[in-house]
Design a protein around this ligand. Structure first.
Ligand SMILES: Cc1cc2nc3c(=O)[nH]c(=O)nc-3n(C[C@H](O)[C@H](O)[C@H](O)COP(=O)(O)OP(=O)(O)OC[C@H]3O[C@@H](n4cnc5c(N)ncnc54)[C@H](O)[C@@H]3O)c2cc1C
Length: 376
């Protein structure tokens, strides 16, 4: 009883509709906090679930199936949704500046705004390539690419820059999608500057075999340095001819964070404590790809954002009530399943476990659909 009195009249502001925040909203929808005012600021009213994005591009899932409706979720949580972009944070005044001109005062703030791809090392990428993040703009560009590809003289050669799990998933998805819809040969190339550390040796072997089987050309240990209308130029000097290029490389922090004096890691991502509070600001929490837990750094992956969700919900609730916060240690490794777009998948965990087949795909499909059902 005392707790809800403490939180009465407080304003909790969530910026970004990322994976952790949808779970915060779900938790507050299930268990409302009396007297608390909550606001979600999001650029879009539908937020994509990245785990199902390759399946969508492969033609397996519809667009509806891979999106969470933030409007409905916010309503269920008793939160006001502002469809706008946070363009600045005034730490001293505890205010968020919005692109639309509105300023938003908060008592407690939480930031889950994802990443932008780092295109800085690849000349011409901004003009000639499709960046996979933000997913919303990728999907708009993807529609245009599909439309063009379905014309007789449309694109037939596709290159994916980035050899991490996301880049590999995309290569399989794009090959599956276009091979099933276009008559005549298509070419799909995957450009990987380095081996992805999250993929163990057993999975790597299986992935290499599957890529070869699907005739996806791999340019390994060679970085893309330039993209133009003819394709991709690599650091070695060789070139990969392509009519369409997708870039899924390293993550960069969202530019809006640069101007803040919040603690950051060496990459510019928000530095957070095990309580998910920013190290130098107890009133502000951060989660997902835009943050790094300094005591327990982990790869930038949706699975970690999802795991942070319930802890974040709990700690935001405790923070508004003025209670002690929970400390969180993320798991060391996680199940990684790469869909190959043909009803199969390659999975693994830790250093040694690796498996593949139809069952692996059914497992991934089950996990992803179960996650999405929470918001239906
Ligand atoms: C093709 C692909 C496949 C992937 N597959 C997997 C997978 O199978 N498993 C896995 O674990 N990870 C996967 N990932 C990684 C995963 O996408 C990210 O780790 C995950 O999306 C991070 O979630 P997040 O909560 O940090 O933010 P995001 O999901 O990126 O969400 C951030 C949200 O904040 C909003 N936003 C951004 N800036 C602002 C602002 N200034 N104001 C208001 N709103 C803002 C955005 O519009 C967006 O809705 C994949 C990535 C890609 C590209």
């Amino acid at each position: 009883m005392a707790s809800s009195i403490e939180s009465a009249g407080k304003h909790l502001v969530l910026v970004g509709g990322g994976h952790a925040h949808v779970l915060v909203l779900e938790a507050f929808a299930r268990n409302p906090e009396p007297g608390l005012t909550m606001t979600l600021v999001s650029k879009e009213s539908l937020t994509p679930y990245s785990g199902m994005l390759p399946g969508h591009l492969a033609g397996v899932y519809t667009r509806d199936e891979i999106h969470i409706d933030l409007e409905r979720l916010a309503r269920a949580a008793g939160a006001r949704l502002i469809l706008d972009e946070a363009i600045g944070f005034d730490r001293a005044a505890r205010r968020v500046r919005l692109k639309g001109g509105e300023g938003l005062a908060y008592d407690i703030l939480s930031v889950d705004i994802g990443i932008t791809p780092d295109l800085s090392g690849i000349a011409g990428a901004e003009e000639h390539a499709l960046a996979v993040k933000p997913i919303g703009s990728l999907l708009k560009q993807w529609d245009g690419l599909v439309e063009k590809a379905l014309t007789p003289n449309g694109p037939r050669r596709f290159a994916i820059v980035g050899g991490g799990a996301a880049g590999i998933c995309l290569a399989f998805a794009i090959q599956a999608f276009f091979a099933a819809r276009l008559s005549g040969p298509i070419e799909v190339s995957l450009i990987a500057a380095s081996e992805a550390p999250e993929i163990n040796a057993g999975m790597r072997k299986r992935i290499a075999r599957a890529l070869k089987h699907r005739r996806i050309a791999v340019h390994a240990e060679d970085a893309a340095v330039r993209i133009d209308q003819d394709g991709v130029i690599l650091a070695s000097g060789s070139s990969v001819p392509a009519d369409a290029v997708l870039v899924s490389t390293h993550a960069a922090p969202p530019p809006v964070l640069a101007a803040t004096d919040w603690a950051k890691d060496e990459g510019g991502f928000l530095a957070i404590a095990p309580t998910l509070q920013i190290l130098n600001d107890a009133a502000v929490f951060a989660a997902g790809d835009c943050a790094t837990m300094i005591a327990h750094p982990r790869p930038k992956a949706g699975v970690f954002a999802v795991r942070q969700g319930p802890v974040l919900a709990q700690n935001l609730r405790r923070a508004v009530r003025g209670e002690a916060l929970e400390r969180y240690t993320p798991q060391r490794d996680h199940l990684l399943v790469i869909a190959t777009g043909d009803g199969r998948a390659i999975g693994g965990r830790g250093r040694f476990l690796a498996f593949e087949g139809r069952l692996a795909w059914r497992l991934k499909d089950f996990i992803d659909r179960r996650f999405m059902r929470r918001f239906a």
